[in-house]
Write a protein that binds this ligand. Sequence first.
Ligand code: TPP
Ligand code: MG
Length: 326
Amino acid sequence: MSLTKAECLKLYEGMARARNFEQQVVDNFGSGLVYGFVHPGIGEEAIPAGVCANLEQKDYLCTYHRGHNHMLLKGLDSKKMFAEICGKVTGYNRGKGGSQHISNLDMGVIGSNGIVGAGQLLAVGPAIASRIKGTDEVSVVFFGDGASNEGAFHESLNFVSAQKLPVVYVLLNNLYAISTKQQEATNVTDLADRAQGYGIPGVVVDGNDVFAVYDAAKEAVERARCGEGPTLIECKTYRWTGHFVGDACLYRTKEELEAWKAKDPLLTARNKLIADGMATAEELDAIDKAAEAEMLEAVKFAEDSPFPENKEALEGVYTDIIEEDR
Ligand SMILES: Cc1ncc(C[n+]2csc(CCOP(=O)(O)OP(=O)(O)O)c2C)c(N)n1
Ligand SMILES: [Mg+2]
């Protein structure tokens, strides 16, 4: 492994923070704090950890309904994220975005999105902007296997590959789009094969192996940053929870879930780091504990925060266009 100990621990820490954040979302659902539709990414943490470790603040991220972890690891603050999910005024979007519409341009987070496939189109804008400005920001879009069947995916890949724009497509293939199995909706085993149709690299990685994801993302981000165009990275993974908190999950078996839980990305990384002499169990335990403490504080922050006042309901909803600017 070419990574330093500090880099390895950072990747593990990313996953631990992601796991603990989502666990708090799940644990606080139904208590009156978290409500509505939330789509946890438990089991998929290696992907945002491995990808975001290659990004800088100036880079852009577009994500989707299962995007909490992605934005957290792009650099958003856990307190303001949790508050946003709870609809509190201290959240990133003053409680109006909620779980599925968090954004923060200072950190390059164009946002999560409830429209399946929309992120692939939104990611093109910042990529065009860096091309016009002559700068080297990379635009990364996370999306699911279901979203790869949307027309928007193909239109985006077609245009971006033709223009060699700096976009990295990260496909989180968790085998299901709600209750629809991948093989019921597509006729290919590896969705990354679709890249061939656009003349760009398509890479398949074990999405539960943070080091494999890191390596694939590093190459793709470097390619994009130096003007060589987009890459499609398909990360094979699995969500441990239902599609949303409350989903009875009748469409998959217990055995399938247990088999994937045995491939826990945190446990896999832990075992590898200890076997390679890169970390001790105590060091990793300390990271887990710190992540848990951070997320408990985030919950407390959200709990203690007020809801927006009623008079704010129409503020920040539309941009006010000043007549002279038209
Ligand atoms: C355009 C559009 N069509 C349908 C839906 C309803 N919907 C919400 S999530 C989802 C499945 C998405 O599956 P996938 O892209 O694999 O992401 P995952 O939930 O598995 O992470 C669907 C069909 C939607 N939100 N937007
Ligand atoms: Mg899916």
